[in-house]
Ligand binder design. Sequence first.
Ligand SMILES: Cc1cc2nc3c(=O)[nH]c(=O)nc-3n(C[C@H](O)[C@H](O)[C@H](O)COP(=O)(O)OP(=O)(O)OC[C@H]3O[C@@H](n4cnc5c(N)ncnc54)[C@H](O)[C@@H]3O)c2cc1C
Length: 466
Amino acid sequence: MVDLTRRFDVLVIGGGNAALCAAISARRAGAAVLVLEGAPKFYRGGNTRHTRNMRCAHDAATEILTGPYTEEEFWQDLLLVTGGQTDEELARFMIHESKDILNWIVEQGVRWQPSLGGTLSLGRTNSFFLGGGRAMLNALYRTAEQLGVDILYDAEVIDLKIDDGMFLSAALKQPVGGRTEVRASTLVAAAGGFEANIEWLKEHWGEAADNFLIRGTPYNRGSILKMLLAKGVQEIGDPTQCHAVAIDARAPKFDGGIITRHDSVVFGVVVNKLAQRFYDEGEDIWPKRYAIWGRLVAAQPDQIAYIIFDSTVVTSFMPTLFPPIAGSTIGELAGKLELDPVALETTIADFNAAVRPGTFDHTILDDCRTEGLTPPKTHWARRIETPPYLAYPVRPGITFTYLGTRVNRQARMLMKDGKPSANMFAAGEIMAGNVLGKGYAAGIGMTIGSVFGRVAGQEAAKNARN
Ligand SMILES: Cc1cc2nc3c(=O)[nH]c(=O)nc-3n(C[C@H](O)[C@H](O)[C@H](O)COP(=O)(O)OP(=O)(O)OC[C@H]3O[C@@H](n4cnc5c(N)ncnc54)[C@H](O)[C@@H]3O)c2cc1C
């Protein structure tokens, strides 16, 4: 039974990776810590439950990572995917700290496993959690409990008392017990983005957001972010920027997770509901491009698209939960997809005619390309000519949003006037926009949460002592 009448040193809102890293590091620094997780225990851990890996710099091969991945290379990768829209000081700090996180996270009970293969090509850059994100979370929760962190589930924070940049207390709503006021010397906000709040998404995306599927937890509704911004915290990021991938259109509205994501784009072509191609499917290596396809599909009529390929590539990518839709001719396939058969036949015929001979290798930027086609397919272009012809319908799958709270290197929130908050820190998705102005490279979400979670916990504990 948690005594909610006492005053805690550190209150952590959220129950995912960022929250747990903050809670553990604050507790290890001697603080009395309370974690409030809005979800029921079974669903604890927000989007972290769905994760598989984390991107960390390292100077030499490890037991589970091939070769070095230097800080500079990590930085260059981040620069590329964000187009420079990143806070260099914070990003370089995160990258530097990520080297140490590789070991720190293991000290908290998490185990790594060798990288998964397939189309991900992450064996050098990303460490995979043994048993996936849920096992990773279970380890963090176990460690937090053993250290004496108090944890409440079904504990949604519905209000924050903040006076002139200083956190005073939080109002908590529980199914049994109702509303309770919780006091703490410092706050760590680790309550995710607003991706599960369709109404908020619609404010920026319009009606199109009704067709979005949310890949993760329904509990990340951005309520804490909204409260903080309303109470004077400086905002960072563009509300339309997010991590969004193409996921199977048959996936559930929320929590479909990783098994709904399609990694087959580079093996075929993608058409919209007019049966027309709209983007270069072979622009770059898949881990650097998979996260743009959600936005691309979001910009198409009715936010739907179709990945079309043939039977020769079926075993080349990780299968998803959903079987492909098959047709013995392109026309038959079009009928099943409710596309205009003539339009799809023309698109595929034009594509096939434009394919130039080359040596296929999906792990490098190979020389299989189209010529004279708009848009081109610049790599991995091979004719679609061996029946049965196959297709996956896809919709935008929103992973997490980038609008967030501005922080400094201590993960301390900055107020609208530029002054650091007296006692409020943020970690994870809720401040991801500091590092990710746009774009994404696989595994950075967990790096942001772990690095800034650890720092937020340490700094919050220090702050509470003073
Ligand atoms: C399908 C999928 C796969 C992914 N795979 C990867 C991957 O392999 N590698 C990677 O780096 N990233 C991955 N990501 C992104 C990654 O999940 C996030 O970047 C990361 O988990 C964010 O951690 P977090 O702690 O900030 O948020 P979360 O883990 O989402 O936790 C937020 C928590 O806040 C709680 N909360 C929200 N509002 C309130 C409130 N008002 N009161 C109390 N609690 C509240 C929620 O219940 C939740 O527990 C993936 C995401 C998805 C959806």
